[in-house]
Design a protein around this ligand. Sequence first.
Ligand SMILES: [Zn+2]
Ligand SMILES: [Zn+2]
Length: 326
Amino acid sequence: MRRCAICGTETTHEICPKCYLERYSIYEFHPYIEIKVCPKCGKAYSRGWIDKEAALMDTILKNFTHDPEFKINSFEIENLSENNGAVQIGGEFRGKKLTYELHFELRQKFEVCERCSRLYGGYFESIIQLRAENRDIEEDEIERAKKLIDESIENADYPTAFVSKIVEKREGIDYYIGDRNLAKKIARKIEEELGGKVTESKKLSGRKDGREIYRTTYSIRFKEYRVGDIVKDGAKILLVTNAVKGKGVDLAGKSRVLKNPKVIVKRENIKKTFVVNVDGSVVEVLNPSTQEVVQIEKKTDYSIGDRVLYFEDKGRPYIFPDFDWK
Ligand SMILES: [Zn+2]
Ligand SMILES: [Zn+2]
């Protein structure tokens, strides 16, 4: 222990905290806080366009300096309003606990951020086209694709991660995407999760600093067949059990990989009926349209009362064990 050079109380330092604080200031604060705020999205600027709260804290911290011996334990913004606010600071100096409330004036300047100026200006680097082979796109496919697009945009942190335009056409939907790399990622993801095939095409859209600028279109073509459809693949009649992976089952219940399938019955046209009789090689079912008993060659095990899928191809009836594609 030593004694304070000024007041003589015992202290571990040359000058006790009380005398020190009377003579010196241990922090400096410039109480005019100025931030740029985007009127479109509400983000604010500080090392890039970020959440307003974080940008405000950043700017306040830039305006605040302190003695290295002043250990700060808490630093919080309070009573924030349009034009002013305060920071509550708690800390310790030479063993003495201190709290300060520092008021500041807030000046918000409105300026449209880079992302919003591009987004609202219709900027795009890429188009994602959703199409389907020989059929309309399903509502469900649009919803799932949209979810993948939204998620990818949410998880991307570059300023061009946005959809600037959506165009619905008779043959499908076009999404105008701000960023070409993101568009590529999204296209691959849709292909992976929904099935289909992506083709890429480029179109010259202009020049920038002597370089040619291309716009890339990713066209995703969903397969004609969907889960639950009946297809003919070579000589085989198959029920599609997984359209994304291209898998089906044949009339005997054996798994098959689809090679060159052609849709013969769409799932919405398949009716359900049930088995009324089974003997050695024949299954009898009710024709769901006429309620007449129809005999069908037995290709796999059926029992009386089983629900089955019923359809006809070229006038000939077929059944598959009941399958729920939903
Ligand atoms: Zn003293
Ligand atoms: Zn903005």
